[in-house]
Design a protein around this ligand. Structure first.
Ligand code: GLV
Length: 326
């Protein structure tokens, strides 16, 4: 039986590669950097399936070069890199990997909160640089997490997982969410639902968990940052452009907020000379919220399941443009 032809834009965990080879001939980009868009648009011409990452832009121009494409499967929960309307228009279902990375991503968001609150990176550098001479009553004083107010913007799966962690630390949790929520969700998580303005103004730690859409682009802008407490810390594990980077840089430099801890940036990655990288009160990690071994394996396998279903013209187990089936 002839196998399907699929384009895979980066080497995946072997367990996933093995599963794909069972039903497809794979063209895999083997370098550990995104496939240049010129190469992607050339290779897509033959592909019946595309397994891509959040670093690949799948837009109408690319799709116009993909006459045989049956499915786009991204190994990510966020799908802002894919033009869903263009895919639906062409009858191409798009799959993502929700659920499996929820707890792992919330772990990193909470780790960033704690790192910023207790100045862990500064402390580690202090020791590595040979500066540790004695115990000091005033060395590297940070902020208490216990009893502080955590603001969660976007109360979906990962936002809720963040709230569960905060309960264990005795935090007060405020949430804001743009859509309706099931009645019991606020009660179960012991959180108060408030407006964006209130969550921004009252939080000691403000953690972002919204998808990137036109409505959330620069949601945290100069105005929002100016309404935060001077002692507050911003945590972004959502998408870089949810925060206005220039405004954040200025707020940190001018002491308008106390700190930031970022897993995502805009641009991403930041150039080595970017001013954010020189700030003592800004901790940045390289978009690794879902990066545990087990979770990345689960994500890769889920992406394979979506790919396989799409190639066989079956409904994807996790489809983000279900209108394609109408
Ligand atoms: C990570 O950012 C993802 O969307 O999976």
């Amino acid at each position: 039986m002839t196998k399907f032809r699929v384009l895979i834009t980066r080497q995946l965990p072997e367990v996933a590669m093995h599963a794909i080879r069972e039903f497809a001939e794979c063209d895999v980009w083997s370098e550990d950097r995104p496939m240049p868009s010129s190469v992607l648009s050339e290779k897509i011409a033959e592909a019946e399936g595309l397994l891509c990452l959040l670093t690949d832009r799948v837009d109408a121009a690319l799709l116009s070069r993909a006459p045989r494409l049956r499915v786009v499967s991204t190994m990510a929960v966020g799908f802002d890199h894919v033009d869903l309307a263009a895919c639906s228009e062409l009858g191409i279902p798009v799959g993502n990997t929700p659920g499996v990375l929820t707890e792992t991503s919330a772990d990193l968001a909470f780790a960033l909160l704690m790192t910023a609150a207790r100045r862990v990176v500064e402390g580690a550098e202090y020791v590595k640089n040979g500066l540790w001479q004695t115990w000091s009553p005033t060395l590297l004083l940070g902020q208490d997490i216990f009893g502080a107010t955590l603001g969660i913007v976007g109360f979906g799966r990962i936002g809720q997982a963040m709230a569960r962690r905060a309960q264990g630390f005795g935090m007060r949790v405020l949430v804001c969410h743009s859509r309706s929520l099931p009645d019991d969700v606020l009660q179960t998580h012991q959180v108060e639902r408030v407006s964006l303005e209130t969550v921004v103004g009252e939080s000691d730690f403000l953690s972002l968990h919204v998808p990137l859409t036109p409505a959330t682009h620069h949601l945290i802008n100069r105005d929002a940052l100016s309404k935060m407490k001077r002692t507050a810390v911003l945590i972004n594990t959502a998408r870089g452009p949810v925060v206005d980077t220039e405004a954040l840089c200025q707020a940190l430099l001018e002491g308008k907020i106390a700190g930031a801890a970022l897993d995502v940036t805009d641009p991403e990655p930041l150039p080595a000379t970017h001013p954010l990288l020189s700030l003592r009160n800004c901790v940045i990690v390289p978009h690794v919220a879902s990066a545990s071994i087990a979770t990345r394996h689960r994500m890769a396998l889920m992406a394979v399941e979506n790919l396989h279903a799409g190639l066989r013209r079956r409904c994807l187990p996790h489809c983000v443009n279900p209108d394609v089936y109408q």
